[in-house]
Ligand binder design. Structure first.
Ligand code: GMT
Length: 365
């Protein structure tokens, strides 16, 4: 098959999944990745084509970021035509699905459009009145629509006036890359990784860590960057724990940091899937997360991690202490988490689900 993938190149689950999918599909298919920059997990060696969307810099456009959707549609149309694509797979509906639809109309050819919703493209950005009509239309008009969890499918059907099949294809992780890494220190390491947006509730992590560090010798390692970063650093100073908290920013070797941790915290207000939790589970690191969205499908409370209510740093700390003070429990939860990943969330299990979907829609008249 000849497949085009459109995605965001930035740090964030949708771009990561799209890039990993491109790497894996390229082993068997002709693959073209389209974005405005090289995605963070692209790496130096790729066995597929990268097509950069060039943006025109023009004074009138300064406050009109939507021009990206037009540039993307033009680039997708060009690639669709010149490479004779069978499939264009849009990861993140806004604006990728609309641009893919437009490209298909421009080319008037038989290319099929698959849209994968990742979460905020459906329930936050996509349902905003400024974007809803177009998002809804492009969801309805895609030849196939997928979500990364059952939760996101239900929420999409509730929030949008669409009548069509939505297939759930969960995210995946490479268990060879995300595994345990050796370490020498006795000090416990608590870890978190995100884009530091309010929905991730970073202050809850820091407040919980204050309670944890009153009881045991430990360090908090925070991976990623975003709008909440300055306040988070300020809070560590206010609570007098800044010496034990490391802000790493965006890093390339996430797996080597998460793979050396004892515990991973993800107390988000909402999460359509929780790829960061899946990566930690793959490393055999127990996750304490919130009882919301796709995290409820991913983590079995008390079996391979713990789930707490949103906005409860004390509960977060209590669950964390229970794990950190009980090495056998930590080991058991971690190995159950790794076993779940190997059973359900490897590329071998998930990528064929996308390939089957492509084949099905290509056979449809
Ligand atoms: O969580 C983010 O802020 C990034 C966002 C994205 O679009 O990259 O993540 C969403 O997609 C990920 C990959 O499918 C999911 O694992 C995240 O749960 C989802 N984020 C939210 O629903 C808040």
């Amino acid at each position: 098959m000849k497949i085009g993938i459109a995605c965001f190149p930035t740090y964030g689950g949708s771009g990561i999944i799209a890039t990993e999918l491109a790497h894996l599909l390229a082993k068997k298919h002709e693959l073209h990745l389209v974005s405005y920059d090289k995605p963070v997990r692209l790496g130096d060696e790729i066995d597929f084509s990268f097509h950069k969307v060039e943006l025109l810099s023009y004074p009138l456009f300064e406050r009109v970021p939507c021009c990206y959707s037009l540039a993307l549609a033009s680039k997708l149309a060009a690639v669709m035509r010149s490479c004779d694509l069978d499939i264009v797979h849009a990861h993140y509906a806004v604006p990728n699905a609309a641009s893919a639809y437009l490209a298909k109309k421009i080319c008037n050819n038989s290319t099929k459009v698959v849209t994968t919703l990742h979460g905020t493209d459906s329930y936050l950005v996509g349902s905003h009145p400024s974007y809803k009509e177009v998002t809804q239309f492009s969801m309805q008009e895609s030849d196939a629509l997928t979500t990364v969890s059952k939760y996101l499918r239900a929420r999409t059907l509730a929030d949008f006036d669409i009548s069509r099949e939505i297939r759930v294809i969960p995210n995946f992780v490479d268990p060879q890359r995300f595994r345990k890494f050796k370490r020498n220190r006795a000090q416990k390491i608590v870890c978190h990784s995100s884009n530091f947006r309010p929905i991730k509730r970073i202050p809850d992590i820091i407040k919980a860590f204050k309670i944890i560090s009153n009881e045991i010798d430990c360090k908090l390692v925070l991976i990623g960057d975003g709008p909440e970063h300055p306040e988070a650093e300020e809070l560590t100073r206010t609570l007098g724990i800044s010496e034990n908290v490391e802000f790493l920013g965006n890093v390339e070797n996430v797996q080597e940091i998460v793979g050396r941790a004892d515990l991973f915290l993800l107390p988000s207000e909402d999460e359509s899937f929780g790829l960061a939790a899946l990566e930690a589970m793959s490393c055999g690191v127990p996750v304490v997360a919130t009882n919301v969205g796709g995290l409820k499908e991913l983590i079995s409370h008390g079996v391979d991690g713990y789930l707490t209510e949103v906005g409860d740093p004390e509960a977060l700390a209590n669950c964390s202490l229970e794990i950190l003070q009980n090495p056998e429990l930590q080991e058991e939860l971690g190995s159950n988490a790794r076993a779940k990943v190997l059973k359900t969330y490897t590329p071998e299990k998930i990528v064929p689900q996308y390939e089957d979907l492509y084949k099905e829609i290509l056979q449809e008249k």
